[in-house]
Design a protein around this ligand. Structure first.
Ligand code: MN
Length: 258
């Protein structure tokens, strides 16, 4: 398959029609992402720039989730931790050839487990962006529609999902995340990952898929309010889930399932 075909596939993937094959991301200066016989193109847009990714603004105030998640935790988590992942992600990929890996999702799907800068900081940016978007002080309290039906058929119902999700978060040793994801066969599953890994990272997880709900269980997500009581934070988190946002992500992921 030549580069033109790859680019075409990549563009179609961006339109949600085809999942392009992943060829691997390479460290800066390595030209293995180029197809044989081709030379690097120095034109703008073919390599990652210095500010490829930006810290997203929150859709609610820092104090909107109180008392479950306090404003100081939110401010530090968003303005320091997430901002740091964005800054280090940009530094890690600046100057790299984009190839077909022209967005964060394709970068993470193919990230080499040894590429710690991209794995940790790209994961950190993706994971926190998802985290802010699935939290709400005023969303519906339970899943609806197709998502609710799949939660019943795949996981045994919302109570079983919440129990499995809470268990995944509480049993993740040290820092990490709990996930609800959709696999390539269209099955929902619950998992956990260490550090800033996520289920997109096929080379880093036992079961890969598209995460539609993510819960940060790093101590920085809860320690000011809950100290060592991670289980109390988990129960508070489950009361803040924006199931409308999760359902939209579920619909998008189902659209990608072949
Ligand atoms: Mn965090």
């Amino acid at each position: 398959m030549d580069k033109r075909t790859f680019l075409k596939l990549s563009g179609m993937a961006g339109a949600g029609l085809v999942v392009a094959p992943w060829l691997g991301c390479q460290p800066s200066g390595d030209d293995k992402t180029l197809r044989s016989g081709e030379k690097p193109d120095s034109g703008a847009g073919d390599v990652w720039g210095a500010e490829a990714f930006a810290l997203p603004a929150l859709s609610f105030g820092m104090d909107a989730l109180e008392p479950a998640i306090d404003a100081e935790t939110m401010a530090i988590h968003h303005g320091k931790h997430h901002a740091g992942y964005v800054r280090k992600l940009n530094a890690a990929i600046e100057g790299r050839a984009k190839g077909i890996d022209d967005n964060l999702i394709t970068l993470l799907k193919g990230v080499d487990s040894a590429d710690e800068a991209l794995r940790n900081n790209g994961g950190g940016h993706f994971n926190h962006t998802l985290y802010w978007e699935v939290l709400t002080p005023g969303g519906p309290s339970e899943p609806q529609g197709a998502l609710a039906a799949h939660i019943v058929s795949d996981l045994g119902g919302i109570d079983a999902l919440k129990a499995a999700f809470a268990k995944a978060g509480s049993q993740q040793f040290g820092s990490g995340w709990a996930w609800l994801s959709l696999d390539d066969a269209g099955q929902l599953f619950v998992s956990s990952t260490p550090n800033q890994d996520n289920p997109l990272m096929t080379q880093c997880v036992e079961r890969s898929g598209t995460p539609i709900l993510g819960m940060d269980v790093w101590e920085h997500a809860y320690y000011l309010n809950y100290q060592n009581s991670r289980t109390d934070y988990i129960q508070a988190f489950l009361g803040l889930v924006n199931w409308e946002s999760v359902a939209l992500r579920f619909q998008g992921a189902m659209g990608q399932v072949g």
